[in-house]
Design a protein. Structure first.
Length: 274
């Protein structure tokens, strides 16, 4: 075999090795070739180029990850701004209208004035709860540092202020949960109430947080129109998101519902020993 044939054969083998994944690619060792030989110089150049390509790919991956984080931040800001516009602004606008006509209503009919005053109280209480909820979103550590019962009360007040649907919240026992569990249960409750507001057409909601030794259980029940869990229409991802959140912390999510008979959601987390 001529020197030229050996040269091209070596190049062919070298490029085949370069096509392999970095974990399975054989180590290329220029020191095995005579000092200053064409093979060694070529191998060194290819290794340098290969290192540069891998560094470039890593830089692109880091840049893509940074862009994804930036996009996620922008989307979260847009979501919060939309929530501020949809919930708080609407509540405050309605409250301002009631406050403006309340003196005249009270003078004409005190009983109707009392109803308007109660409506005004509900709207302002809901707006305050919504604002606190938005502050929680802006400062995630609040979810970790606050008592879970207080967080659920805040969600309940905001929900009632936004939808005019009362929530009966009861808390049994006391407990301290791991950070990821508390955050997940808060988010699960948030998602459950959002689903009720969007789809249930309920007149009341009952919610219970129950602590026992090594157990935390959240139950959410509404008296709305219910649904068949086996026939959830495409595009309704609320239950799927809740299931994923529950599985992430090792909790059990159960959904019991029937058309015309409301819906009951239960999240059970057991602190199993390692």
């Amino acid at each position: 075999m001529s020197i030229q044939d050996k040269y091209y054969a070596y190049l062919s083998r070298l490029f085949q090795q370069m096509a392999l994944e970095p974990e399975t690619r054989p180590a290329l060792r220029p020191e095995q070739w005579p000092e200053g030989s064409p093979e060694q110089l070529l191998l060194q150049e290819i290794q340098t180029a290969l290192t540069a390509v891998e560094a470039h790919n890593q830089a692109r991956q880091l840049q893509a990850a940074a862009q994804e984080r930036t996009q996620a931040t922008l989307q979260e800001r847009q979501r919060l701004a939309q929530n501020l516009h949809d919930a708080v602004n609407q509540s405050l606008f309605s409250a301002s209208l009631i406050a403006e006509v309340l003196p005249r209503v009270w003078e004409r009919n005190p009983d109707e004035g009392k109803q308007s005053l109660e409506e005004l109280r509900r709207l302002t209480r809901g707006a305050i709860a919504e604002m606190r909820g938005l502050l929680v979103e802006l400062q995630p550590l609040v979810i970790i540092d606050s008592d879970l019962g207080d967080l659920l009360r805040q969600l309940s007040d905001a929900f009632t202020g936004r939808t005019n649907i009362p929530i009966a919240l009861t808390i049994k026992g006391k407990g301290t949960l791991p950070t990821e569990v508390q955050v997940a249960i808060y988010r699960l409750c948030q998602e459950g109430l959002n689903n009720i507001a969007k789809h249930a057409r309920a007149s009341q909601v009952m919610m219970q947080l129950h602590y026992e030794t090594d157990l935390a259980e959240l139950t959410i029940y509404d008296d709305g129109r219910g649904f068949d869990p086996a026939q959830v229409p495409p595009g309704h991802y609320g239950l799927n998101i809740m299931q994923e959140r529950a599985e992430a912390i090792g909790a059990l999510l159960s959904v019991a519902s029937q058309s015309g008979h409301g819906t009951k959601i239960k999240i059970s987390w057991l602190n199993a020993p390692p």
